[in-house]
Design a protein. Structure first.
Length: 99
């Protein structure tokens, strides 16, 4: 709420934007993992990390950050191993938010 200046009416719009961006970035991240493209894994994990940080989805942010770091280090297999965990945390956050 602090990021929205206390305007509760903006919360739904903010969450919708986050969900759209995270869904698109997740698809691109999955494609990058499938192709083994470490640079694209890093970029899309970074995008998810930023979006999650903006909406205070801290568990999502932390997992995406770990994926980004693995990709930066050339450990694409390690990054790929975190994909199921990232999906699970994204789903849990979405369910928690929407109640």
């Amino acid at each position: 709420m602090e990021r929205l200046g206390g305007r509760k009416e903006m919360l739904g719009h903010f969450f919708t934007m986050y969900t759209k961006d995270a869904t698109e970035s997740l698809k691109l991240l999955e494609d990058a993992i499938d192709s083994g493209d470490g640079n694209q894994i890093r970029i899309h994990a970074h995008t998810i990390k930023g979006a999650a940080a903006n909406i205070a989805a801290l568990r999502v942010r932390d997992t995406a950050a770990a994926m980004e770091n693995f990709a930066r280090e050339g450990k694409t297999d390690d990054a790929a191993l975190l994909l199921p965990q990232l999906k699970k945390k994204l789903k849990a956050f979405n369910q928690e938010f929407t109640g």
